[in-house]
Design a protein around this ligand. Structure first.
Ligand code: SAM
Ligand code: MG
Length: 214
């Protein structure tokens, strides 16, 4: 049987990255995606913006929507302070299986809770299942039509506090027009665009960072 792209991506990690070294895992994936096959990771260019937001926020609780192979999970988890918790959601079981191995190769399995399931089902269960009251940082990078409904769901479930940060990927390409309109026009958010490029290309894309004002 033929291998899948995520399996080949994992193979590149196992071949080229050092166990327990998150930077080398990130580099091996970026190299694979630039030289061999494009994949929908946030990538190195927007990844640097993601890193700087994570470092600035220094979050104790992070929610990631859309794990795919665990590339952004590794970037985020490697920058977290001790005892911080990163919950990441992925509804495709084949991707989740690859991500678990990528996260373990980076040595970050103790910092990451990967949930196999759909955001709409799991967001309402965060407090009951994981004891999380609010998230300091949410990275939105799942299907683009889910950014707005899931943000409203997080608001309804009380998972955002005054000062919680939403960081949304791909707000230009493929684009999330309803979400952008919402965070930019709502008095409950203060929102800022970080211009960049779609992963591994020269096409414009960027991240939108929105502070929830309560
Ligand atoms: N954040 C990853 C990174 O930068 O390395 C990339 C995530 S990829 C762009 C989006 C992922 O979200 C896909 O793997 C898809 O299966 C998953 N996904 C899409 N909608 C979802 C949902 N509603 N709940 C959970 N996972 C979802
Ligand atoms: Mg993305």
């Amino acid at each position: 049987t033929q291998s899948t792209r995520p399996q080949r991506l994992l193979g590149a990690v196992q071949k080229n990255a050092t166990r327990g070294d998150p930077r080398s895992v990130v580099q091996a994936i970026d190299q694979f995606c630039r030289q061999k096959e494009w994949a929908m990771n946030v990538g190195d260019e927007k990844g640097c913006i993601l890193d700087s937001v994570v470092s600035e926020v220094n979050p104790a609780t992070v929610l990631e929507l859309g794990t795919y192979c665990g590339y952004s999970t590794v970037r985020i988890a490697s920058l977290l302070p001790p005892h911080a918790k990163l919950i990441t959601l992925e509804f495709n079981p084949d991707f989740a299986a690859i991500a678990r191995q990528v996260i373990a190769w980076a040595g970050l399995e103790d910092k990451v809770h990967l949930i196999e399931g759909a955001s709409g089902d799991w967001i309402p269960k965060m407090t009951e299942q994981f004891g999380v009251k609010t998230f300091d940082l949410v990275f939105l990078d799942h299907w683009k039509d889910r950014y707005l409904p899931d943000t409203m769901l997080m608001e309804e479930c009380g998972l955002l506090r005054k000062g919680s940060i939403l960081l949304a990927d791909n707000v230009i390409c493929p684009g999330t027009p309803d979400y952008l309109e919402y965070v930019r026009s709502s008095p409950r958010y203060e929102s800022q665009y970080f211009k960049s490029h779609l992963e591994y290309t020269k096409v414009e894309d960027g991240l939108e960072k929105s502070v929830f004002l309560g």
